[in-house]
Structure formats: structure tokens, C-alpha cells
Design a protein around this ligand. Structure first.
Ligand SMILES: [Zn+2]
Length: 176
């Protein structure tokens, strides 16, 4: 998927071409998006649930880059939709887990019965499906691959938008 790199200065100026970052059509809105600057410890902390939680807590104190991203009417809710889809996908997983827990409290040998085994397998399948869906949705969405104090690399950007940014950069370089 096409990738674009912004400098800290470009992000601060916020004067990106008025084209949708996702499809390249005329932009009708600017969406402010915060990207958390990655720390050195990220590599290790995201590998375990405990590390992930610690990283999440630490992230509140981390500096963030604010990008004013141009979008068309159809894509202005792009990031919100991605988040919603991932959260909504978790609902059946949790429902299955809770129902499993409730039945097991009342029926001690439930795990050893056929319905119990099917219930358990259903939970694992849902969990795996959700993990897969989340990765797919995120990877095909507009998402950062590098977030540094002075550099932001975004993946999933439209070719039309990239061309317009390159044109803008050339114009600025030549002083027009
Ligand atoms: Zn669009």
C-alpha cells in the first residue's frame, strides 16, 4: 500500500493539499488525529499483555503528533470506523466468554461435557477470528508505521494525495 512520509514541520504547518488522504477526491473536512511518538521500549512492551498494559499507561505521558488530515465526506469517519469495527468484533467474543463462565459456575462438570467442549471451542474460534479481523482491518486502514518526534510515516494513503504533496513540496522548494 502507498506510503508517505511527513516532516515535523509539515505536520505543524498543517497545510496539506485539499485532497482526501484515502481516495484522492476533493477534501471536504480536516480530521485532527493524534499519533503517539514511539519510545525505545515499545518493541519489548507490546509483546506481552502486561507489557502492553504498561505501555498503554505510559503512553499518557508521551508526546504526540497532531496531524490535520484532509478527507472527503465518505472518508471523514475512516479512523472512527476502524476503531468501531475492532471494538464491535470483540462483543461476540466477550459474550461467549461470559456465558461460558456463567454456565461453569452453575454446572461444575460443564467443561467435560460435549456442549461444554463445543462452547469452549466456539470461544477460541471467535477469539482467533477477532484477532485476525483486527489485524486485517488495521493493516488495510490508513495507519502509521513510524511516529517520531519529527517524522511520521503513514501507510494506506491514496496515490492522488501523494502526488499532490510531492507537487506542493516542489513548488515550495522553488519558492513559488
Ligand atoms: Zn475519500
Amino acid at each position: 500500500m502507498p506510503t508517505i512520509e511527513f516532516s515535523g514541520r509539515e505536520i505543524a504547518q498543517g497545510s496539506l493539499p485539499p485532497l482526501c488522504m484515502r481516495c484522492g477526491k476533493k477534501a471536504t473536512a480536516q480530521v485532527e488525529k493524534l499519533f503517539e511518538v514511539q519510545g525505545d521500549a515499545d518493541e519489548i512492551t507490546t509483546r506481552s499483555p502486561v507489557g502492553f498494559t504498561m505501555g498503554f499507561i505510559q503512553s499518557f505521558g508521551r508526546p504526540k503528533l497532531c496531524l490535520r488530515a484532509p478527507f472527503c465526506a465518505a472518508h471523514r469517519g475512516h479512523w472512527r470506523r476502524v476503531k468501531l469495527l475492532i471494538v464491535a468484533g470483540l462483543v461476540p467474543v466477550l459474550l461467549c466468554l461470559f456465558s461460558l463462565a456463567i454456565v461453569m459456575v452453575r454446572w461444575k462438570d460443564y467443561a467435560d461435557t460435549t456442549p461444554g467442549a463445543v462452547h469452549g471451542i466456539a470461544f477460541l474460534v471467535l477469539l482467533f477470528g477477532w484477532a485476525l479481523l483486527s489485524v486485517l482491518v488495521y493493516e488495510t486502514s490508513l495507519h502509521p508505521t513510524v511516529v517520531e518526534a519529527n517524522r511520521l510515516v503513514l501507510k494506506g494513503v491514496s496515490d492522488g494525495f501523494i502526488r499532490a504533496v510531492e507537487q506542493q513540496r516542489r513548488r515550495r522548494k522553488s519558492g513559488n
